[in-house]
Design a protein around this ligand. Structure first.
Ligand code: PLP
Length: 396
């Protein structure tokens, strides 16, 4: 038997005992499994039927009935007027930022605690992130940090916002609903509106999460979703842009389908476009998964409630949805007392076959974004040093 005691010796026996109890509890939530994954997909509905149907139809690529159905389902779920299905969440971010008006040399306000796709998409347009801190309750962009940036470093000229220290234009704000917890998005939208900055919401992790009874991703000018294999529902790879703006919705579809003008046989493209359309095969999988979204979210929320009850009397804090919000609890997140405990916890749980993960390396600490402008980031740095994600798959 391998010892599961961590090599880090600065941890008290009391903490180690507490970690053992956590491992036992997680194993009781997910019984009869070898290694317990962080988040695995569940194909318990019409997945096989729809995918085989797509194959039988011969429409497996970017034209087919499931693509339209996928979009309609997302309109219905989010309440957005337009939904455009793309190959993944990263391409959705790329196009949403482009449509919001982000250009070469601009700055885009975002948070340092996010998946790298958020900042990569900004870079694809030749722009750079401008980092503001997160809030410790919901782990997304903090309205007070954004307010401080606007007060101290933003100037509005001719209906556009500029970053005073660098003179660069700020063409968008891109908050992210971290691990499915809604940020105070109405506050962020209002702050940005006061200085003509359009908001694009990275709702990749928050499908099924609502703020004040409105679906995340629908507060800004545009919002984006991801259907990657580790998300709440998956279609292998896929993304969605939502918007209530008709012109933007039509343009999103146009430029993601190579900007080809509709014609039965002629090839006429009126600008440089992208081949970003979601294939019918993936859309078929998406439709089957979306039929189960409500049940999945209920199931995940029940698991989160079990975790909350368990962690209540411990030294660890489970991140919970805030007033006015309804979270999908995509990944349950635990705050440990400090980095030494976090490292020991990661080592012990993973060795015991319970997958846990630290949060992403903060974006301003990655080589390609380390020189990007930023405000003070104490909350991001504190949370990144002691947060871990724990198993959160839908339970059977
Ligand atoms: C998953 C994710 C994306 C998009 O990912 P894809 O793999 O391209 O679908 C974007 N932003 C965040 C925060 C994500 O978690």
């Amino acid at each position: 038997m391998k010892s599961i005691k961590p090599t880090i010796s600065t941890i008290s026996d009391q903490s180690l005992d507490a970690f053992t109890r956590v491992i036992d509890f997680i194993k009781s939530l997910y019984p009869a499994q070898g290694t317990i994954p962080l988040h695995e997909p569940r194909f318990t509905g019409n997945e096989r039927r729809y995918v085989l149907d797509a194959i039988d139809s011969t429409f497996v690529s970017s034209v087919g009935a499931y693509v339209g159905r996928f979009e309609e389902m997302m309109q219905e779920i989010t309440g957005a007027k337009y939904a455009i299905a793309l190959v993944n969440g990263t391409s959705a971010l790329h196009i949403a930022l482009k449509l919001a008006g982000v250009r070469q040399g601009d700055l885009v306000i975002t948070q340092p605690m996010t998946f790298v796709a958020t900042c990569n998409a900004i870079s694809y347009l030749g722009a750079e992130p401008l980092f503001v801190d997160i809030d410790k309750t919901h782990l997304g962009m903090a309205p007070d940090a954004l307010e401080e940036l606007i007060r101290e470093a933003v100037v509005v000229r001719d209906g556009a916002a500029y970053h005073k220290p660098s003179g660069r234009r700020i063409s968008a704000c891109l908050p992210m609903h971290t691990f499915g917890f809604p940020v105070a998005i109405d506050h962020i939208v209002a702050l940005c509106a006061s200085c003509h900055i359009p908001v694009v919401e990275d709702a990749a992790e928050s499908l099924g999460s609502f703020y004040k009874d409105r679906h995340t991703g629908t507060f800004g000018l545009l919002g984006t979703f991801s259907f990657n294999g580790n998300k709440t529902v998956t279609c292998g790879g896929g993304g969605i842009i939502v918007t209530n703006d008709e012109a933007l919705g039509k343009r999103a579809k146009h430029i993601t389908t190579t900007a080809k003008m509709p014609h039965p046989w002629e090839f006429w493209h009126d600008e440089v476009g992208y081949n970003y359309r979601c294939p019918n095969l993936n859309a078929a999988l998406a439709c089957a998964q979306l039929e189960q979204l409500e049940g999945f979210v209920q199931n995940k929320r029940a698991t989160a409630a079990r975790y909350a009850a368990f962690f209540e009397d411990t030294a660890f804090t489970l991140v919970q949805e805030q007033p006015d919000s309804f979270a999908n609890y995509w990944l349950n997140t635990l705050l440990l007392p400090g980095p030494a405990e976090r490292d020991a916890f990661l080592e012990m749980t993973n060795r015991a076959g319970v997958m846990t993960r630290p949060v992403w390396t903060l974006m301003h600490q990655l080589p390609m974004f380390e020189k990007c402008p930023r405000m003070p980031l104490p909350n991001s740095e504190d949370i990144a040093a002691r947060a871990v994600n724990i198993p959160s798959s839908v339970r059977i």
